[in-house]
Design a protein around this ligand. Structure first.
Ligand SMILES: [Zn+2]
Ligand SMILES: [Zn+2]
Length: 651
């Protein structure tokens, strides 16, 4: 008998060789139906894999990420099996699970193209294989046998992968006629998969290398219930409607010009309004938290980046240096603001009394991205970070983390991101030599981050081994209105740059010490954040951010003058308003301006003009009737003021 410990601490005895599925059955039939994989001593296992010794077991269901991963990975195999039937001679690359679904890279052979029109046939074959309830069988195999097996099938991509593996670690998974080189884990059989959809195809170079053959990457997704698939497809439709590139164009927020260059956004007047409002909002918070604004140039001497280490790491992949004509100097477009800020730190001798020093900059940086990777405002070549660097003593790290977490909470709340997740990335305790900085400082900083999250009631996932070599970090991910996750803010401890730039302060002991540096950017970049905000709100920005807050709609030309006087009055209250004086019926004007997602439409006719009133129609078609213009302006100004300046203490 062996002892199985469950997450709640309870222990049960089972016969040696028991499987996750048998354990689930021993608990309840219902659980056995829902369980998809088992976590055995922290590793995800097939439900049918025998457990030979005492172990801690957690039975994983659809809501567990690891279970979803096994589910979608099994679905990748299922799609491959279907493709093998439909496209004899097809060769397989890799087929992993991804955040939403899975893909398989395939080589269908010379001249064979898998088109969207072929997807239904693939789905149909997958459903047939599901109905056949094929068992998915794991097998350990020697390297020699694995090479023989896959060479025999002419699967040269797989053979290349096997050659890089160590003997004794290789496993295959087989279902029906299909065998894959695979570490697993997988579902017990194909019938666990209920609803399937092949989503799209794209070209992908074998191993991401453009000198190697181009394969076809087929994306798909599957669910244990048809209803979940339908919901997902609906979400995809909605996401298309909310695409920030589409809305950005409709609302005239930003544009791209091939003449200026790909990946270099041009902020149009309305988009600039929006962005400046966000910047003002952040600047106010930064002031409250004792940050100091600085401004640094867009380029830096090559030596600056040699010192910072960025040149050695990114130099050859980044933009080419700019040469001065006479002096032969080399400059680089700045890829990050930190080296400049280190130089600002060094302009004066610093004492412990000067710390923490918090330098903030809306710093525009430039990074080379392949043209094929560029995407709207989320993947660009030039962007502005809401950057700041905190220089502090090792003992101040925790306090500074608490403050940055406060700032992030204020921002998420003001912008209606109610759902967010956090991840703490720590050192790999087995490989401490990989990291720079003293053991003592690492322990102090890691403890500081964990405690700061606990004190703020922030549930953060802890990932060991995910820290950068130069320090631990805390990342924030927001979930938008469609449930999609976006990586936003990061707080990163850094022991590397202070060392490289030889930053110092004089301690109370009159000795020289190295400060700790903390990089933090709650939005990440203004471009990325605005993209997320557009997709989260579908372009219906909160009132205080809306580029145009009200449009005045005169019912006829006769009232145009009054309409313009309304705009003038609203301007006194810093309300951004326009007149729609087109010679159109008022119904048409209402429809057109609603499409522009304007928060307030103010209709004016004879009655309004005579009484200095406006007839208010709020976004969403809610008629609020006529009110005095003065009252409307005062109330709206008060609402905006409240939203822009949330009470900072109450979070
Ligand atoms: Zn696999
Ligand atoms: Zn930085």
């Amino acid at each position: 008998m062996i002892r199985i410990t469950f997450p709640d601490g309870s222990v049960r005895e089972y016969e040696k060789g028991v499987t996750g599925l048998v354990i689930a059955q021993s608990i309840s039939q219902r659980l056995a139906q829902e369980v998809l994989a088992a976590s055995v001593n922290g590793e995800t296992w097939d439900l049918t894999r025998p457990i030979e010794e005492d172990a801690t077991v957690n039975l994983l269901k659809w809501d567990d990420d690891e279970a979803k991963h096994a589910y979608w990975h099994s679905s990748a195999h299922l799609m491959a099996e279907a493709l093998q039937v439909l496209y004899p001679g097809i060769k397989f690359g890799i087929g992993p699970a991804i955040e939403n679904g899975f893909y398989y890279d395939v080589d269908p052979g010379e001249g064979v193209v898998i088109k969207e029109a072929d997807f239904p046939a693939i789905e149909k074959k997958m459903m047939e294989l599901i109905a056949a309830k094929e068992e998915i069988v794991r097998q350990s195999i020697s390297k020699k046998d694995a090479v023989a097996l896959f060479s025999g099938r002419d699967e040269h991509y797989k053979v290349e992968l096997i050659n890089e593996l160590e003997d004794g670690t290789i496993t295959t998974y087989t279902q029906g006629e299909f065998t894959d080189l695979c570490r697993g884990p997988h579902l017990p059989n194909t019938s666990y998969i209920r609803a399937v959809k092949v989503l799209s195809s794209a070209g992908a170079y074998w191993r991401g290398d453009e000198k190697r053959p181009q394969l076809t990457r087929l994306y798909g997704i599957t669910f244990p219930k048809k209803k979940l698939l339908d919901e997902y497809l609906l979400m995809l439709e909605e996401a298309k409607k909310r695409d920030h590139r589409k809305i950005g164009k409709e609302l005239q927020l930003f544009a791209f010009s091939q003449t200026v260059g790909a990946g270099l956004p041009l902020w149009l007047p309305k988009g600039t309004q929006l962005r400046m409002r966000l910047e003002d909002f952040l600047k106010r918070i930064q002031r409250e938290f004792d940050y100091e604004q600085v401004i640094t140039p867009h380029i830096g001497h090559k030596q600056l980046y040699v010192t910072s280490g960025h040149y050695a790491k990114y130099g050859k992949d980044s933009f080419q240096p700019i040469h001065t004509p006479e002096e032969g100097e080399e400059f680089l477009l700045k890829p990050m603001n930190c080296p400049h800020h280190c130089e600002i730190y060094k302009t004066f001798p610093r004492s412990y009394k000067d710390l923490p020093l918090r330098l903030a900059e809306f710093g525009t940086v430039y990074r080379y991205e392949q043209s094929g990777e560029l995407h709207g405002l989320t993947r660009v070549r030039g962007f502005t970070q809401d950057d700041a660097h905190i220089f502090c003593t090792p003992d101040q790290v925790k306090d500074e983390f608490l403050k940055v977490v406060d700032i992030i909470f204020i921002i998420f709340k003001a912008l209606d991101f109610e759902n967010f997740e956090a991840q703490i990335s720590l050192r790999d305790p087995e490989n401490k030599e990989k990291y720079i900085g003293s053991d003592e400082n690492w322990e102090k900083a890691e403890r500081a981050i964990v405690e700061a999250c606990e004190e703020k009631g922030l549930k953060a996932r802890v990932e060991l081994g995910e820290a950068a070599f130069y320090g631990p970090k805390l990342d924030f991910m927001v979930k938008d209105a469609l449930g999609r996750r976006w990586q936003l803010g990061t707080i990163q401890v850094d022991y590397n740059l202070p060392e490289r730039f030889e930053l110092e302060y004089t301690g109370a002991d009159n000795q020289k010490h190295r400060p700790v540096m903390i990089h933090r950017a709650p939005f990440g970049s203004m471009e990325r954040f605005v993209a997320v905000l557009i997709e989260h709100t579908a372009g219906k920005f909160p009132l205080w951010l809306a580029p145009t807050q009200a449009v005045i709609l005169p019912v006829s030309e006769k009232f145009n003058d009054y309409a313009y006087s309304v705009v003038k009055e609203l301007k006194r209250f810093e309300i951004r308003a326009e007149v729609d004086d087109r010679n159109e019926k008022v119904g048409r004007k209402i429809r057109d301006n609603e499409l522009k997602r304007i928060p307030y439409l103010l209709i004016v006719g004879e009655k309004e003009a005579d009484n200095e009133e406006v007839s208010v129609r709020k976004q969403g078609g809610i008629d609020q009737g006529s009110v005095k213009l003065r009252t409307f302006a005062e109330e709206m100004a008060r609402d905006v003021e409240k939203m822009m300046n949330p009470p900072l203490g109450q979070i």
